[in-house]
Design a protein. Structure first.
Length: 130
């Protein structure tokens, strides 16, 4: 389980759901470690996975934090390996970008006002598919 200065991986009841709590300011090491976890997850699953990102309280990221090779590789893999991408508490600009990108990418991206709604939506997806 990932646990860096700013990113904590949360336990889920689904092997194909990866959830993270992001607090404070994210640095390059945080981003690289999370990317390593996700790249391994993409490689380990034959089917697509779901992701939940909870920003609480998020204070941004250091300049260049997302520019490591692992982070870049993870973002490209996510396009074809993530089914649902749920976000809670992202800054307003990020919420608008997520809503816009949902229309352009094969990933179902959603923003939620609170954690319980996000968790419920991900559970409904699982129940409907079962």
């Amino acid at each position: 389980m990932l646990n860096t200065q700013s990113i904590t991986q949360l336990t889920t009841d689904r092997a194909d759901l990866y959830a993270f709590r992001i607090s404070g300011e994210v640095n390059r090491d945080d981003m690289e470690q999370m990317a390593e976890v996700m790249n391994a997850a993409f490689d380990a699953h034959d089917d697509k996975i779901d992701m939940l990102m909870i920003f609480d309280p998020y204070k941004g990221s250091e300049t260049g934090a997302s520019l490591s090779w692992e982070a870049v590789k993870s973002r490209f893999k996510a396009i074809t390996n993530v089914n649902r991408y749920a976000v809670v508490g992202a800054p307003d600009k990020a919420n608008k970008m997520i809503d816009f990108m949902d229309q352009l990418m094969p990933v179902k991206a959603e923003t939620f006002a609170n954690e319980p709604d996000a968790w419920r939506a991900l559970q409904r997806q699982t129940s409907a598919a079962a």
